[in-house]
Design a protein around this ligand. Structure first.
Ligand code: XLS
Ligand code: NI
Ligand code: NI
Length: 440
């Protein structure tokens, strides 16, 4: 461990009674949850990840003000030296925080050159350094991705640009990003289409753009197979921001798209809390939708602010949300090759280096606590028992016959014509809500 962050020690687990900033209260990396149906320690089950772009590349800049965050590379002019310091930092901090993974965009970890050829050379240099750091560190790559949204060349989109030269450039960039992710042992590869959408339909051939996006993803999946990348490919839904409408707007839109274009066996979803709420859904809804279709791949763990209409990417501290999200994860049999990536940034005022650690600790404690609470809820059948009861009538008589496809409108009419009283039970919502609270 280097000492680029001398004010941050190796973070100990001190238990729920601790009130120290630099200590875990609920995330004990080495602990096995007694109620855990999944094998492994909390560290192995929760699979936390640091997001390179927020934690290393981010500066605290917003549309109204400059960067505020104090970082070890402040004042260093050489871009490549900054890139090296950032990469060393992600290893130092993940180790100190017992975070097993990090995620990155190609352009987070190395700067752009004048041509793609030059950019790739810089990326190769940082990739070599990363491999070197991995030799003595347990930190691994959860997923890699390509930044196809920052540079002005993507102002009309990348795979959905009206200009095929931009499509080609994006393809070349993803090709390289897949190679780098493979070289670094990345367990997944993410596609988030920030500019794959439109500002107005007045200038947009929507069907053609979606055809192009599908063609692009087919080529990416083929290339991944060709080079022997057997990690999971993931699409990250988001409805808007930066574009007014993004084609991958939510889990259901992604599922329809994947099926329409014959991509559903190759891709799963990376669900992000703040994107769910921007889409007008709860995180629980998005996770449930994906889980029930077998496409829950990974999670970008953050949270938004109900009063702000954009992707504020805050560290998750909402225990209720975390518990219901972890409920879906545990019902999914865990995260498999996915993880809990903190796609989250410290607030502009949290500018000290320690704040970066404290924010991760807050997020990790919240998710760990939610994970344990969800495990207890499942072990007790807290929601499963009332759910089974609510649908019990479907297990027999006319219900079973409908489910088996043995009824028709005609036969159901004969059944229904003389019913006098339905005698429906309560939905019990308030009781269930207070029951969830008992587990928090
Ligand atoms: C932006 C997205 C982005 C992806 C990776 O809103 O969350 O950070 O996770 O491109
Ligand atoms: Ni994200
Ligand atoms: Ni986001």
């Amino acid at each position: 461990m280097n000492d680029l962050f001398p004010s941050i020690p190796k973070i100990p687990y001190e238990g729920p009674d601790s009130d120290r900033e630099l200590a875990f209260k609920h995330y004990d990396p080495a602990a096995r949850t007694p109620d855990s149906p999944e094998p492994g320690t909390l560290k192995e089950c929760l699979r936390f990840s640091m997001a390179f772009w927020h934690s290393m590349t981010g500066t605290g800049k917003d549309p109204f003000g400059d960067g505020t965050l104090l970082r070890p590379w402040d004042g260093v002019d050489d871009e490549m030296e900054v890139a090296r310091l950032r990469m060393r930092s992600v290893f130092e901090l993940t180790e100190k925080l017992s975070i097993p993974f990090f995620c990155f965009h190609d352009r987070d970890i190395a700067p752009e050159g004048d041509t793609l050829r030059e950019t790739n050379r810089k990326l190769d240099e940082i990739t070599a350094l990363t491999k070197d750091l991995m030799r003595t560190s347990p930190t691994r790559v959860l997923w890699g991705t390509a930044n196809l949204f920052n540079h002005p060349r993507f102002l009309h989109g990348a795979a959905t640009s009206p200009d095929p030269r931009v499509f080609a450039y994006a393809a070349a960039q993803v090709k390289k990003a897949l190679e780098v992710t493979l070289e670094l042992g990345g367990q997944n590869y993410v596609f988030w289409g920030g500019r794959e959408g439109y500002e107005t339909l007045l200038n947009t051939d929507m069907k053609r753009e979606q055809d192009h996006l599908a063609r692009f993803l087919h080529m990416a999946a083929d290339y991944a197979r060709e080079i022997g990348f057997d990690g999971q490919l993931l699409i990250e839904p988001k409805p808007k921001e930066p574009t007014k409408h993004q084609y991958d707007s939510d889990a259901a839109a992604c599922w329809a798209f994947l099926q329409e274009y014959g991509l559903s066996s190759r891709f799963k979803l990376n669900i992000e809390t703040n994107h769910a709420t921007l889409a007008g859904h709860t995180m629980q809804h998005e996770l449930r939708y994906a889980r029930e279709r077998g496409i829950l791949g990974s999670i970008d763990a953050n949270q938004g602010d109900e009063l702000l209409g954009w992707d504020t990417d805050q560290f998750p501290t909402d225990l209720y949300m975390a518990t219901l999200a972890m409920y879906e994860v545990r019902k999914n049999g865990g995260l498999h090759s996915g993880g809990l990536n903190f796609d989250a940034k410290v607030r502009r005022g949290s500018h000290r280096p320690e704040d970066l650690a404290i924010a991760h600790i807050a997020g990790m404690d919240t998710m760990a606590r939610g994970y344990k609470a969800a495990g207890r809820m499942i072990a007790d059948g807290a929601l499963d028992r009332p759910l089974a009861e609510r649908y019990a009538l479907w297990g027999k008589g006319v219900g079973a016959a409908v489910e088996a496809g043995r009824e028709s409108f005609g036969s159901l009419e004969s059944f229904a014509l003389d019913i006098e009283d339905f005698d429906l039970p309560s939905g019990g919502q308030e009781f269930l809500e207070s029951r969830v609270n008992r587990y928090l």
